[in-house]
Ligand binder design. Structure first.
Ligand SMILES: *Cc1c(COP(=O)(O)O)cnc(C)c1O
Length: 399
């Protein structure tokens, strides 16, 4: 008991936080509460739960005990006050935006975003009277210039999907705080193991738990971490009334299972990706490699300061541009040609025609990534095998 005051480490929290087996017959793993609704012992209890004057579950769109374990765990890992799990990353992002903004409000977003987030901000929100200004958030002066009295939210990813630009969270949070604007960071690429935006001053952290948090490519889910007051709004307005994107208990359970190995998996993703990024950069068929751990990355120092490791995602441009990229992707044998990321399997995809086809060619050029860019999600297979596969595929491109 002497050590009780010492905060538990990341891996320990990822395995234990928010669950005590003694609460459930000693079951090592949390039960999966496959129930839509919860019985009240009296009309008065039901009314008190609805009024929020008595704790307890009502209906699984608003809360479920398996989801609660996951939410406590994610809040602890992200060092936030509270968390809310959702049915997908897009469910989390729309819950935040629809809760916080109304017609006439504005968003400032970094110029490179996950394709569906971009489509939401650029094409969909306009119909509801919400305008997004895109700016290069690697340049603080561009952020300051883009802010206006109507701005409610600044939205960024870092590293950005798919070209791995790195945004300084602390500097961005500073500008947002002075302007009285909330900062939301999509932390999908890093997970809390590599980067904790709230500790750096961000207000809201978003996740596609479909990716590294789940880690096994067998589910779709999302999460939001923020102050309790905000999470209550996202839960009772965003998910309950606006988008209904609640998580299923089974998916919450699977993410809890995935989280137990998150630190091990991330260490391995980072280690293999750094080696591969260096190999690819040295290959004669490769024009450039985008990976924050490379000396050639313009923000390597910032990435090293802000992230525990450089992550498992690599962007690559081949010398032969788009045709070469296509030939490469068709030539891989071990790697799988598929979108998504963060799985045990190495995945290869083509942003311009797949995840980022929501951008027009002009928008892609303007937002800083080329049609020739190939995106790799480095998996957990042996480095030697991934290396051999990528090199043989590159050989077939140039040969
Ligand atoms: C996949 C992804 C999303 C969307 O998440 P879904 O779970 O697919 O809805 C959002 N942001 C990033 C960075 C992603 O990679």
């Amino acid at each position: 008991m002497q050590n009780q005051k010492r905060p538990r480490g990341f891996s320990t929290r990822a395995i234990h936080e928010g669950y005590d087996p003694q609460d459930y017959h000693g079951a090592l793993n949390p039960p999966v509460f496959l129930t839509s609704t919860f019985a009240f012992d009296s009309v008065e209890t039901g009314a008190a739960r609805f009024a929020g004057t008595e704790p307890g579950y009502i209906y699984s769109r608003v809360g479920n005990p398996t989801a609660t374990v996951l939410e406590s765990r994610l809040a602890a890992l992200e060092e936030g006050e509270a968390a809310l799990a959702s049915s997908s990353g897009m469910g989390a992002i729309t819950a935040v935006i629809w809760t916080l903004l109304k017609a006439g409000d504005a968003i400032v977003a970094d110029k490179t975003l996950y394709g569906c987030t971009f489509a939401l901000l650029q094409h969909q929100l306009e119909r509801f009277g919400i305008v997004t200004r895109f700016a290069d958030l690697t340049r603080p002066e561009e952020l300051r210039a883009a802010l206006c009295p109507q701005t409610r939210l600044v939205f960024t990813e870092t590293p950005s999907n798919p070209n791995m630009r790195v945004i300084d969270i602390e500097a961005t949070a500073d500008i947002c705080r002075k302007a009285g604007v909330l900062l939301a960071v999509d932390n999908t690429y890093c997970t809390p193991y590599l980067q904790r935006p709230i500790a750096l001053g961000a207000d809201i952290v978003l996740h596609s738990a479909t990716k590294y948090l789940g880690g096994h490519g067998d589910l779709l889910a999302g999460a939001i971490v923020a102050r309790k007051e905000l999470i209550d709004q996202f839960r009772f307005t965003g998910i309950k009334e606006l988008n209904g994107a609640c998580i299923s208990a089974m998916d919450a359970f699977l993410i809890l299972r995935g989280l137990k190995t998150l630190s091990l998996r991330m260490d391995r993703h980072c280690e293999t990706a750094l080696k591969l990024a260096r190999d690819l950069e040295a290959h004669p068929a490769v024009e450039s490699v985008f990976y924050p751990g490379l000396d050639s990355h313009p923000q390597k120092e910032l990435a090293a300061r802000q992230m525990r490791g450089f992550g498992g995602m690599i962007g690559m441009e081949l010398k032969g541009g788009l045709p070469a990229g296509r030939a490469f992707m068709n030539a891989v044998e071990l790697a799988t040609l598929a979108v998504s990321l963060g799985d045990a399997e190495t995945l290869v995809q083509h942003p311009a025609s797949m995840t980022h086809a929501t951008y027009t060619p002009e928008e892609r050029a303007q937002h800083g990534f080329t049609d020739g860019l190939v995106r790799l999600s480095v998996g957990l297979e042996d480095y030697e095998d991934i290396h051999a596969d990528l090199i043989q595929a590159l050989g077939r491109v140039s040969g």
